[in-house]
Design a protein around this ligand. Structure first.
Ligand code: NAD
Ligand code: MG
Length: 382
């Protein structure tokens, strides 16, 4: 039995993780799970899967749950999250929290020798330099849940020490992939949330529309696979069938393909190195697809990509500024307070106005994150 703790169980990845666990009850035990403020969905989840410990953000919610479910251990807040990320009986922590909030639980889980199944890409974007060191120091595994990174990881299986020449990172292009830059003026939140291929949480869906998601994934790939930024090529692939690929020195390209279904990378991160049946998984029908298409990811059209490569190459605290400013601007757009194209402008300004710290500590990353968010708020007079 693999004992799992899921952080962010009420989210899109969290719920699909529960689905995977429920279909393999003889292999996995969901020891603990954390939710945010969606207590209704947490309670629904409790009816679907057995667990012993739950964590929520608010104390009042914890009291309500403890009262209603006396057999459960209910914890709350940052301390509670820490508690379920570091439980002695847990083998794997699957981190599906969205945003910078996922950083500390990842670090503490590693320090308690837990393997990490990582959906929370922001962890690697802001602190890749720290996480990669900790992974080596504590000799734990870091398994990607992000579909592109899982595809790269799968394409590297059986590779006995051969060098990677390039990573081909595919991108659906998000909800506005068929629009020119001029056609992005005045787009609505509703339009931006309408992703053509994937159903995901709100933040990442907007990130897909702006392309910050792919930018974050470029930085994530750099840390996971130890390549230079010049070795990562982003390619627009509207069908989301080739989930990403690796080119070797002899020009051979190994790709992982499949119907878009996040449960596959989630399951592979949990069953690795084994493969198991994906219950209700849909086989890829190449004949009915007929063709697959690929396009250049242009830096002028997708300024977010240019900003992310720049932040990654400069490194230090700059990716943390990119991430923090983007999280804030993304939320402001969803709240109807700024225009879509302001997101990248605000991130760019924050990056320009930051004095880069070369090798930031965790404490400094927290300060930089706070600074970036406040900077964005000040710019719009909030
Ligand atoms: P989501 O918004 O659907 O869910 C986020 C979860 O995190 C929820 O359970 C929420 O309660 C919890 N949470 C949010 N803020 C929190 C905080 N401050 N403290 C504790 N818990 C908090 O998000 P999602 O789409 O499931 O994405 C989760 C992560 O996985 C993100 O980093 C995203 O980039 C990554 N990811 C998602 C997908 C996808 O298909 N959804 C694909 C690849 C990567
Ligand atoms: Mg992805």
């Amino acid at each position: 039995m693999k004992k799992i703790s899921v952080l962010g169980v009420t989210g899109s990845i969290g719920q699909q993780t529960v689905d995977v666990i429920c279909h393999h009850r003889d292999e996995f035990e969901l020891v603990a799970m954390s939710a945010g403020k969606n207590i209704e969905l947490l309670e629904k989840t409790l009816t679907a899967v057995d667990t012993k410990i739950v964590c929520v953000i608010e104390k009042e919610d914890a009291l309500y749950l403890q009262n209603k479910y006396p057999e459960l251990t209910v914890v709350y807040g940052e301390e509670g999250l820490d508690y379920i990320a570091t439980l002695p009986e847990v083998d794997v922590v699957l981190n599906a929290i969205v945003g910078f909030a996922g950083l500390l639980p990842t670090i503490h889980a590693i320090e308690h020798k837990k393997d990490i199944a990582l959906a929370n890409k922001e962890t690697l974007v802001v602190a890749g330099h720290i996480i990669t060191k900790l992974i080596k120091q504590y000799q734990v595994s870091l398994l990607p849940v992000d579909s592109e990174h899982s595809a790269i990881f799968q394409s590297l299986q059986g590779n006995k020490g051969n060098k990677i020449k390039r990573i081909l990172l595919t991108a659906s292009g998000g909800s506005f992939r068929d629009r020119t830059r001029e056609e992005l003026v005045g787009v609505s939140v509703k339009e931006a949330l309408n992703h053509p291929n994937w159903s995901m949480g709100a933040k990442i869906t907007i990130d897909s529309a702006t392309m910050f998601n792919k930018g974050l994934e470029v930085i994530e790939a750099k840390w996971l696979f130890d390549v230079d930024y010049d070795q990562i090529q982003v390619i627009i692939h509207p069908e989301s069938i080739v989930h990403s690929a690796v080119e070797y020195e002899d020009t051979s390209v190994m790709a992982q393909m499949g119907t878009p279904d996040m449960r596959l990378p989630i399951q592979y991160a949990l069953t690795y190195p084994k493969r198991e049946v994906l219950v209700n998984g849909e086989s890829l029908d190449l004949i009915s697809l007929g063709s697959l298409t690929f396009k250049k990811a242009d830096f002028t059209r997708y300024k977010a990509l240019q900003l992310a490569y720049h932040a990654g190459k400069i490194g230090g605290s700059l990716p943390c500024v990119l991430n923090g400013a983007n999280e804030m601007a993304n939320a402001l757009f969803r709240d109807g307070k700024i225009e879509f194209l302001q997101i990248e402008d605000l991130v760019e300004k924050a990056m320009e106005n930051h004095d880069v710290i070369a090798d930031p500590t965790i404490e400094q990353l927290f300060e930089v994150d706070r600074w970036a968010r406040n900077y964005v708020l000040q710019q719009i007079g909030e």
